[in-house]
Write a protein that binds this ligand. Structure first.
Ligand code: CA
Length: 223
């Protein structure tokens, strides 16, 4: 599970990163609302832990923007005791849960795990993803267009799934690399290029009108 922590108290943010790491979760920290929003929009996180009082852009604005962009990642808000109205505003703006500071580490971990399970459960419910004339069966890893179909390998499937969940959105090579291969892997941009070329061949093979377009210098998008 990959967690984004947006918290301007840098020592707290860094301590949380360590705590998540010790509990077998990968975490990254952003120290202000603008960077936090940028990272959240990458779509690579399973849960976002978001402080409300932040420089740049407050937590409530961040959630609002994340949801406006169609990112459904569960958000846990961190609030100070005297921010009751912020809790309400936060939940109204699309946050999923909140935790009042100071909180215990165990409680934070439990809440984040629960939200992480929820986001995984959402994904498991749908057994087919569709875009344009193609559909992707997530139990058999089969990509179909009309009566034509082709099996995808695990990595091909993961890359295609990422595109189909973000139709029309430009995904950078970095985002694809982090989401599919993870931070700790030795994979490079070249791996991404290779899998994109495999997928393009398979899209052509099933005679789909959908294609993975190269957005020069930015990344790729499914159109
Ligand atoms: Ca703060």
């Amino acid at each position: 599970m990959r967690v984004l922590i947006v918290e301007d108290e840098e020592r707290l943010a860094d301590a949380l990163v360590q705590i998540f790491a010790r509990n077998k979760m990968t975490a990254d920290a952003s120290y202000n609302g603008i960077d936090g929003l940028d990272n959240a929009l990458s779509g690579i996180y399973d849960v976002i832990v978001l402080d409300i009082m932040l420089p740049g852009m407050d937590g409530i604005e961040v959630v609002r923007n994340i949801r406006k962009e169609g990112i459904k990642t569960p958000v846990l808000l961190l609030t100070a005791k005297d921010e009751i109205s912020d809790k309400v505003k936060g939940l109204d703006s699309g946050a999923d849960d909140y935790l009042t500071k100071p909180f215990s580490t165990d409680e934070l971990l439990a809440r984040v795990r629960a939200l992480g399970r929820r986001s995984t459960a959402d994904l498991v419910c749908e057994d087919t993803l569709s875009f344009g004339d193609i559909s992707l069966d997530i139990s058999t890893y089969t990509l179909s267009c009309g009566t034509n179909s082709v099996k995808l390998g695990l990595k091909e499937f993961s890359v295609m799934e990422l595109f189909m969940k973000n139709p029309g959105r430009v995904l950078s090579k970095e985002t694809i690399l982090l989401k599919i291969w993870g931070y700790d892997s030795d994979a490079e941009y070249n791996n991404v290029e290779v899998y994109i070329s495999f997928l393009r061949k398979k899209l052509a093979y099933i005679r789909s009108g959908a294609s993975i377009k190269t957005q020069r210098g930015i990344g790729y998008s499914l159109e």
